[in-house]
Design a protein around this ligand. Sequence first.
Ligand code: HEM
Length: 537
Amino acid sequence: IDLGGVEFERGAGGETHQIAGGDVPVLTTQGGVPVADDQNSLRAGQRGPTLIEDQHFREKIFHFDHERIPERVVHARGFGVHGTFETYESLSDITRADIFQRAGEKTDMFVRFSTVAGNKGSADLARDVRGFACRFYTKEGNWDLVGNNIPVFFIQDAIKFPDLIHAAKQEPDRGFPQAQTAHDNFWDFISLTPESINMALWIMSDRTIPRSFRFMEGFGVHTFRMINAEGKSTFVKFHWKPKQGLQSVVWNEALKLNGADPDFHRRDLWDAIQMGDFPEWELGLQLFDESFAENFDFDVLDATKIIPEEEVPIRIVGKMTLNRCVDNFFQETEQVAFQTGNVVPGIDFTNDPLLQGRNFSYLDTQLKRLGGPNFTHIPVNAPRCPFHHFQQDGHMAMHNPKGRANYEPNSWGGEKGGPRESPEKGFPTFPENIAGEKRRVRSETFSDHYSQARQFYLSQTETEQKHISDAFIFELSKVETPAIRSRVVSHLFNVDDDLARSVGEGLRLKEMPQPANAARPTRMDLKTSPKLSILLN
Ligand code: HEM
């Protein structure tokens, strides 16, 4: 090993001193003062107490003491990398978003994959949903598509999110299980929340044990809007299709990998990128209008439902290539702050009550996690286009307004007066017509919780169906309370008889439960409908 001019010395106590020389810089304090001895604190006398005047010692320990920040309240374990998005064709007829105007346009990206329930140090191959969070550094600001590798979600309304996550994470008295959903609280919540049954089928499928991040699909989940220059709105669902294909491990492999290499997924992505084997995904859009939304079997604002690809085919519009690892894990992967609220002109929200809640949650949690309101000053969070605003001060302010003007309107002209609004270039909120009384009662259009679960199950191959049934048996066998096991099976009877029976028998239930009460009749007729062959794989 060539240490480039570093010399060694042994200290009086036999400790190693490496002395700067040649091109090697001198170690300094944070204030830039050169350090003479980094092996010994300043002490009174030969064996006396440490002196508080030792600034280098105090600063070093103080900084170390404050290295940890709160881990994310969900998706704590993740792995982020840089990439590029290439637009295949202009979508100017559908959206005015700058990123979709010109074929061949390249846009920088940062992407973080994650598990949901486990803590920061948990194993990569836990059976869990994977986060698929993408940031596009567009010329009109950051657009974050904060998605998952499953196209549906557990709940329909964000008000249930704290309950869902409390139930999924470790139980509060015992502090375990740390990273898996095989426990009473989780299945208790699921069994009492029929809207989660569709997602329960998806998470018991092989999708939640992906072979690696490179072999997963990604989904924006919610219905969003795209708005063109004329103000016309088109509904959109976002999809990522891996060029590598979709692959999973089997449960036995997942268990072994968790023991042998808990970092299996992050190592795989790191190695692939370092070797120049850059993974790619194509971005696909499902585009539809108000009339499709009105006539579709389910509510497009219900995030527990998909829109089958054969009803609305996916249009491929661009490609993401992940091609650069981070220089520093904490600085980039830990400090990145994705927000569903980060949309750009030409992309807008819908009234999906889950999405609306997320728009509040991310900004709020990041204020705490990143220690103040200036986390957009961290390079991974800063836009890569020009930005000008009057926000100032707070902890760690790096970009306060320059000059005298920190408000508007003001009387200072030109540059001195600072930025002003622009009706033409600014973000246009879609002027959706809203009327009606305030209410908490959920719309009845959200009430069929089983038909799509059945569609999903029946769309699987026999082997995949067996994996789903085995996964239910494995997970529920860890549930200690018989009534909870039985309640889950009672929902499965509304999904598929054979599935319910095989799970019930696998669990050795004393008697099979009756089908759970459905809020309204399920669409059993779908069982024979051609729509069943939805293209999920
Ligand atoms: C974090 C996806 C629902 C609150 C994340 C992350 C992803 C994600 C991918 C990780 C972001 C990262 O890598 O930094 C989703 C999806 C959802 C969903 C696809 C449903 C479709 C919700 C809801 C809430 C919520 C309903 C709350 C109402 C959070 C919070 C974080 C988070 C607080 C941590 C953010 C941070 O500390 O930076 N979510 N989430 N999520 N999500 Fe969600």
